[in-house]
Design a protein around this ligand. Structure first.
Ligand code: ATP
Ligand code: MG
Length: 377
C-alpha cells in the first residue's frame, strides 16, 4: 500500500517509520513548496499534488489547516480519508463547535463574534472571564485572548478586529472560561467497518499554551465518559483513522475542548507505551486493515523537546528512555522532538521523571521540574 499524507512534518515522518514494517509506503505533500516529498529525507518524489495522488492508494492528512482547494482535489480522487468534513471542522472552531453540539457532547458555552455587536452579545451570553479564540488558524495557544474584566474590552476588541480583517472568513469564538482541575485527551481509531479502539487517557500539562508533558493514566470513570464522547463524534462523521479529543476535567466531569482529526502530540507516548502506536493504527485504519491493540504495555510519559537540539548524555543513557528527533532546524520554542520515558510500574516512572528533572534544564522543561517538585514534597 502507498499512502500520501497532506503535510510533511514530524507526524508524517512518524507515520512513515510506523508503516515500514507493514510494507506501507508513505509520501508527504508539502503544502508550502507544493511538492510531494519523502517524509524522512524531504527529497522530492513528485512535483505535483496530482502526481502524488495518482501514485497513492490512499490520501490522508497530518494537520487540519489545509487549503480547501487542496482538500477538494483530494476528495475528488475518491482516495481521501478520514473525510474532508472532519479536517475542516478541526481547522475552524465554528464548525468544530457545531459538530460537537450535533454529536451531543458537552463543550464550553460559546458565541461566535464577527463584529462589535456580537462581542457585546458574547459578554452577556458567555459571561466573564472568557477565552476568545480565532476561528481559523489557531494552534499552541496562538490567536487567543483572555477577557477577565470589562476594562479590557476596548483593547482586546482592537486586536480582534485586526485579526478578523487580516483573513477572509475569519471570526472569533468566545468561550466561557472553564475552571478545570486538569486537561486530559483521548486518542483512538475508528476503522472502515465502524469498530472503535481507544487508548488510555493521557493527562496533559501545557506551558504557555504548548503541550510539555503527557502521561497515560488509569481513570476508569473518565475513560468511559471519554470513550462515549469519542464514539459519538467519530460516528457522526463516519470517521476513518486516528482522532484525538482534548478535554477539561471539571470535578470528574469531562467537557470537550477541541478535536484533532489526526494523530496527536498527546498520543506520542503510544510508541513505547501501547501495543500498537497511534501512527500505525492510523495507517491500519485508512488502509482498511484491522486495528491493532491499543492496550497499555507499560507506564509511559512523553516529554516534548521544545527549542533544543541536544540532550544531556544521562538522558541518552537512561534505561527506559526513548528519544525521537524530528530532524528540524532549531528555533526558539519549536517542537524539535520528544522523549518517551517508561517504567514497569507507576512508582518507577515517577522516579525516572525525577531523575530527568535533575539533568534537564528547568527553563526548557518546566513541566518535568514541576512534577519532580510536587512529587518530592
Ligand atoms: P492546540 O495546539 O492544542 O490545538 P490551541 O491553540 O488550538 O491548541 P486550545 O487547546 O483551545 O488551543 O487552547 C490552548 C489552551 O488554553 C488549552 O489547552 C487550555 O489550557 C487553555 N484553554 C483553552 N480554552 C479554555 C477555556 N475555555 N477555559 C479555560 N482554559 C482554556
Ligand atoms: Mg488544544
Amino acid at each position: 500500500m502507498h499512502v500520501l499524507i497532506l503535510g510533511a512534518g514530524q507526524l508524517a515522518r512518524m507515520m512513515s517509520l510506523a508503516g515500514a514494517p507493514l510494507n506501507i509506503q508513505v509520501s508527504a505533500y508539502d503544502v508550502g513548496s507544493k511538492t510531494v516529498v519523502h517524509p524522512l529525507t524531504q527529497a522530492v518524489v513528485n512535483d505535483s499534488l496530482e502526481a502524488g495522488i495518482a501514485a497513492a492508494d490512499v490520501v490522508t492528512a497530518e494537520f487540519e489547516h489545509i487549503p480547501h482547494d487542496v482538500l477538494d482535489i483530494c476528495e475528488q480522487s475518491g482516495k481521501f480519508l478520514p473525510t474532508p468534513e472532519a479536517i475542516k471542522a478541526g481547522g475552524d472552531r465554528r464548525l468544530e463547535k457545531a459538530l460537537l453540539d450535533n454529536a451531543g457532547v458537552r463543550n464550553a458555552k460559546y458565541h461566535v463574534i464577527n463584529n462589535r455587536t456580537d462581542f457585546e452579545q458574547a459578554i452577556e451570553k458567555v459571561g466573564l472571564p472568557m477565552v476568545l479564540k480565532s476561528a481559523l488558524g489557531g494552534y499552541d495557544g496562538k490567536g487567543q485572548w483572555r477577557l477577565k474584566e470589562l476594562s479590557q474590552v476596548d483593547g482586546i476588541w482592537q486586536e480582534m478586529e485586526a485579526c478578523i480583517a487580516a483573513t477572509p472568513t475569519q471570526a472569533i469564538v468566545a468561550e466561557e472560561f472553564v475552571p478545570f482541575q486538569r486537561e486530559v485527551s483521548l486518542v483512538g481509531a475508528r476503522a472502515k467497518d465502524g469498530s472503535v479502539e481507544v487508548y488510555p487517557l493521557a493527562e496533559n500539562v501545557h506551558t504557555n499554551g504548548v503541550l510539555s508533558l503527557s502521561t497515560a493514566i488509569d481513570a476508569v470513570d473518565l475513560q468511559q465518559q471519554a470513550k462515549a464522547m469519542f464514539t459519538a463524534v467519530a460516528n457522526s462523521l463516519d470517521y476513518v483513522g486516528v482522532l484525538a479529543l482534548e478535554f477539561f476535567d471539571v470535578n470528574g466531569e469531562l467537557l470537550v475542548n477541541e478535536i484533532a482529526p489526526r494523530v496527536h502530540n498527546s498520543g506520542h507516548w503510544t510508541q513505547q507505551g501501547a501495543e500498537t502506536c497511534q501512527f500505525e493504527n492510523h495507517l491500519r485504519a485508512v488502509c482498511g486493515l484491522p486495528l491493532g491493540s491499543t492496550k497499555l504495555i507499560r507506564e509511559t510519559s512523553m516529554i516534548n523537546i521544545l527549542g533544543e537540539d541536544t540532550l544531556p548524555e544521562e538522558v541518552i543513557a537512561m534505561a527506559g528512555c526513548y528519544i525521537h528527533w524530528y530532524g528540524k532546524e532549531k528555533r526558539a520554542g519549536r517542537k524539535m522532538g520528544h522523549i518517551n520515558v517508561c517504567g514497569d510500574y507507576t512508582g518507577e516512572l515517577q522516579r525516572k521523571l525525577c531523575t530527568l528533572a535533575d539533568v534537564l534544564d528547568e527553563s526548557a522543561y518546566p513541566a518535568v521540574h514541576e512534577f519532580a517538585k510536587s512529587f518530592n514534597q
